[in-house]
Write a protein that binds this ligand. Structure first.
Ligand code: PMV
Length: 317
């Protein structure tokens, strides 16, 4: 049947991380230049499904690793399609830094869901791909809001709001950007598993609900104002809100010395605003820049030791 190729982008969260788990809205953007990709081909007869992670030099058979999240995803995909998995070989490559808040796991899973379903002739819409990936993320990450799989499967800027009472049916709206948005992403190089800060925020929320509900309320208002700023192209307001967002994330307790240091470096090099993006404690920060300062900010972050730096522009929609 030849080779089927598919891919999926990285993502960043512009506003609302953590508070989104508690029913507040969030804004997420796809980063289409960095992607996870798969090549799917027919496997040898009776070989079952094999994965090959080309960058890591690892191979595994789904049958022998039922608890691997991607093995489980294969089961979930074929349950949905309604047939047993055929013999397949799935080769994965990715340029997305791992465990850095850029959605690497969800992007790999989305590329697998797209590639495998296309290979067997099933055309799955983004909502279905997103939901299949969520089922696996949910199993492995505890209480994910679903924002990662959604922005990656839809591959467009989104407004995401998950009602705590109806977690499986979030409100997802495409977001209008009146103007292109230039960003520089810098990785601290500190790997951070999202479930750890998410778990710690839950413990803190449980022991001080009043304080945390207050912080989440401020986050809600910041995210709502950011939506308006994006829709109207009011980027001076947007930059203020991004900085406010970072202060709130500090208060929530998910920033770190290294994230603060890179934010400061970016601002001093001319960025209009800077914040951590995603789970925090490590992973990436993003800087909002004017196009003519982008290269300087990127250079300053590299000089400050960020092991991965990327300049990107999210298109107007
Ligand atoms: O995957 P990350 O690190 O970008 O974090 C996702 C955002 C959180 O709000 C921290 C968690 C979630 O499930 O929404």
């Amino acid at each position: 049947m030849g080779i089927t190729t598919a891919s999926a982008p990285a993502k960043i969260i512009l506003s609302g991380e953590h508070s989104v788990v508690y029913g507040c809205p969030a804004i997420a953007l796809p980063l289409c230049e960095v992607r996870a990709a798969v090549e799917v081909s027919d496997g040898a007869e009776n070989s079952g499904v094999w994965f090959c992670a080309a960058d890591l030099g690892e191979e595994w058979a789904v049958e022998e690793t039922p608890h691997n999240p991607l093995s489980e995803l294969v089961g979930v995909i074929f349950d949905h399609i309604g047939c047993p998995p055929p013999d397949l070989r799935i080769t994965i490559t990715s340029t997305i830094p791992i465990a850095s808040g850029m959605g690497s796991g969800a992007a790999v899973a989305t590329a697998v869901a797209r590639g495998v379903s296309m290979h067997v002739g099933a055309d799955l819409p983004p909502a279905t791909v997103s939901s299949l990936v969520y089922q696996c993320e949910h199993h492995y990450h505890g209480t994910p809001s679903g924002i990662d799989n959604t922005v990656i499967a839809y591959e467009q800027p989104i407004w995401f709001n998950r009602d705590a009472d109806q977690p499986t049916q979030p409100l997802i709206e495409p977001l209008t950007l009146k103007q292109p948005l230039s960003l520089v992403i810098g990785d601290t190089g500190i790997r951070s598993e999202t479930r750890l800060p998410v778990g710690e925020v839950r413990r803190r929320w449980q022991s001080n609900q009043q304080r945390y509900e207050g912080l989440f309320g401020e986050m809600r208002s910041t995210t709502e104002q950011m939506r308006t700023a994006l829709e109207r192209g009011n980027y001076s307001l947007l930059s203020n809100l991004i900085n406010i967002n970072q202060t709130l994330l500090q208060h929530i307790g998910v920033s770190s010395q290294e994230l603060e240091r890179l934010n400061k470096v970016a601002r001093e090099a001319g960025a209009l605003a800077a914040k951590l993006s995603g789970g925090g404690w490590g992973g990436v920060m993003l800087a909002m820049v004017e196009p003519h300062t982008s290269a300087d900010v990127a250079q300053a972050l590299r000089k400050a030791g960020a092991p991965y730096v990327m300049e990107t522009t999210v298109k107007a929609t």
